[in-house]
Design a protein around this ligand. Structure first.
Ligand SMILES: NC(=O)c1ccc[n+]([C@@H]2O[C@H](COP(=O)([O-])OP(=O)(O)OC[C@H]3O[C@@H](n4cnc5c(N)ncnc54)[C@H](O)[C@@H]3O)[C@@H](O)[C@H]2O)c1
Ligand SMILES: O=C(O)C[C@H](O)C(=O)O
Length: 310
């Protein structure tokens, strides 16, 4: 089995590294437009193999898509990241062209691939990938909710002083500072709702910290995060390749589910060998449904911006 990661920058290289270390497939191809970058990072990761004990082959490619031929899964991370003070949405002008070109190039050599979109603004880039390739909707998955849910669990574990491994929590909606919806009502600590242990103020703090989780890191680092995003991308790839049927929050095309259609947005879905397989209805209450509708409205207006780009 073969996985391609497009973009050998911070997120792409970390994602490829995680996939290789976990030996999820025989070969990982890392591709970047910048001459030498993907080859160099692939060689560097390869040199960790004897230290870390894996034998996955890692191939680097400077924009030669023939090396990606026959990939089962392709992860798109190519594009610019935001700087402190920016929103993800501001990246659309540069990243839309990159994502569209990359998706088309990929399909020339891997017509059956499942495509995972990470580049921002991720909800709109997922929609663009779907519209521009015309692939069956189950084969295009946007990664954002897995990362946001991991951050949600981190903030919850700090508030509860408990192990994040004992927490179950999901963030749905858009992958944006104001569009994501951490579902605190459904978050549990070993099956007990966390709302039993946290005050209303504490709950609100966890929710708002989660929503600006990416911006907090961007401010600290000077560019956006990569360790957790790369690991989240690899977790998604693992569930596809191993047909795990994990229930993740992913950005997928909605056709009436959660009251929305003709856009891609984060909802709970099962992930397996066919890509995303089933959307699970979490029965949102009135407040949550209103938040979801608002999130959809914001993402829909970003999608409309695509029409204005040349
Ligand atoms: N969805 C998420 O949860 C999430 C998380 C983190 C980052 N991101 C996004 O992922 C993207 C990458 O972030 P990063 O930190 O890795 O950035 P980065 O600048 O480190 O890497 C991006 C890479 O893309 C390459 N690239 C640009 N155009 C290309 C093309 N046409 N073909 C192939 N490669 C191309 C660049 O040369 C660069 O190496 C950004 O848009 C960022 O906002 C999304
Ligand atoms: O915050 C960003 O711009 C990158 C990414 O979407 C993240 O959440 O880390």
């Amino acid at each position: 089995m073969k996985v391609t990661v497009v973009g050998a920058g911070a997120v792409g290289a970390t994602c490829a590294d995680n996939i290789a270390r976990a030996a999820l497939c025989e070969e990982v191809v890392l591709l970047d437009i910048k001459e030498g970058l993907a080859e160099g990072k692939a060689l560097d990761i390869t040199q960790t193999a004897t230290l870390l004990g894996f034998d996955t082959k890692i191939t680097g490619s400077s924009n030669d898509y023939s090396k990606t031929a026959g990939s089962q899964v392709v992860v798109i991370t190519s594009g610019i990241p935001r700087k402190p003070g920016m929103t993800r949405e501001e990246l659309i002008g540069t990243n839309a062209g990159i994502v569209q070109t990359v998706a088309q190039n990929i399909l020339q050599y891997s017509p059956d691939a499942i495509i995972v979109v990470i580049s921002n603004p991720m909800d709109t880039m997922t929609y663009l990938a779907l519209q521009s390739t015309g692939l069956p909707k189950n084969r295009i998955i946007g990664m954002g909710g897995i990362l946001d849910s991991a951050r949600f669990k981190c903030y919850l574990s700090a508030a509860l002083n408990c192990s994040p491994a004992d927490l179950n929590a999901l963030v749905i909606g858009g992958h944006g500072d104001t569009t994501m919806i951490p579902l605190i009502r459904y978050a549990t600590w070993n099956s007990v709702p966390v709302t039993q242990f946290l005050s209303a103020n504490q709950q609100q703090q966890v929710v708002s910290d989660t929503m600006v989780g990416g911006a907090t890191l961007t401010k600290l680092i000077g560019t956006s995060a990569w360790y957790a995003p790369g690991a989240a991308g690899a977790a998604l790839v693992k569930s596809i390749l191993r047909n795990e049927q994990r229930l993740f929050s992913c950005c997928v095309h909605l056709d009436g589910e959660y009251g929305e259609k003709d856009l891609c947005l984060g909802v709970p879905v099962t992930i397996g060998k066919n890509g995303w397989e089933k959307i699970i209805d979490y029965r949102l209450n009135e407040t949550e449904q209103a938040q979801f509708a608002k999130s959809a409205e914001a993402v829909r207006s970003m999608n409309a911006v695509l029409q204005t780009l040349s």
